[in-house]
Design a protein around this ligand. Structure first.
Ligand SMILES: CC(C)(COP(=O)(O)OP(=O)(O)OC[C@H]1O[C@@H](n2cnc3c(N)ncnc32)[C@H](O)[C@@H]1OP(=O)(O)O)[C@@H](O)C(=O)NCCC(=O)NCCS
Length: 199
């Protein structure tokens, strides 16, 4: 009964066409790093084969499997820890020469990559952990890849997420409307290409 109750909303979400608007933000390799105060009792680590499964402290097995898959395909992740408990995660796609797209529209090319999957344990929200996860992931991405810019896409209504990106040094570059239907994403706008000459 419970699985039917969760199946129906999931099915409806798939088959009812939805229009969303995404704020696209970017940070460039030579942008000044944000000034963020350390958070008492919270530290950040790169996700590795040894710690990847610890995200099960606050996420379900499906998310653990996704994190394992990202790691196996060479993407980079940061976990936020309170002691030895994982309380937040963030992932970025790393270019693999295949020119893939995240969520069907966010580019991963030689020069540009995109953030993919962020979540902070509800018990730990409002403590600025998200902006630190973003900033750590930006540092890691620029140190481990040759990309010149990183993009983030956030629903226009997700005010904490947009604010967190801006605190972490991202700036808004456009809003892209999307049409979602049956697993298909159609973008009704264009994300500007990277232009290394513009500041
Ligand atoms: C969005 C999310 C990641 C934010 O995590 P968080 O650690 O609580 O965020 P932070 O504490 O870093 O707060 C970010 C900023 O948003 C601000 N903020 C919080 N709620 C807000 C609201 N309702 N309206 C406007 N700003 C808000 C905070 O004040 C903070 O800004 P500040 O540094 O100027 O004080 C978290 O709520 C979450 O996991 N949500 C569910 C999944 C999700 O939305 N993921 C992101 C998809 S892009």
């Amino acid at each position: 009964m419970k699985s039917l109750a969760s199946f129906i909303p999931r099915l409806l979400r798939k088959i009812i066409p939805r229009l969303q608007r995404k704020v696209i933000l970017e940070v460039r390799r030579h942008d000044p790093p944000p000034l963020l105060k350390p958070i008492d009792g919270i530290h950040f680590e790169q996700v590795t084969a040894e710690n990847v499964a610890l995200v099960s402290h606050f996420r379900c097995q499906k998310v653990v499997a996704n994190c394992r898959r990202y790691l196996a395909q060479g993407d980079l992740g940061i976990y936020a820890f309170c002691g030895d408990r994982v309380v937040g995660h963030g992932w970025v796609a790393i270019p693999n020469g295949l020119g893939r797209k995240i969520w069907g529209y966010m580019p991963v090319t030689r020069d540009t990559t995109s953030f993919m999957f962020f979540h902070i344990d509800p018990k730990f929200r409002g403590r600025k952990i998200f902006q630190h996860v973003l900033a750590e992931l930006v540092k890691l991405t620029f140190s481990k890849s040759n990309v010149g810019r990183i993009l983030s896409d956030v629903n226009v209504y997700n005010a904490p997420s947009i604010a967190g990106c801006e605190r972490a040094g991202f700036r808004r570059i456009c809003i892209v409307p999307l049409f979602l239907w049956c697993g298909i994403t159609i973008t009704l706008g264009r994300i500007p290409k990277s232009n290394p000459n513009s500041a």
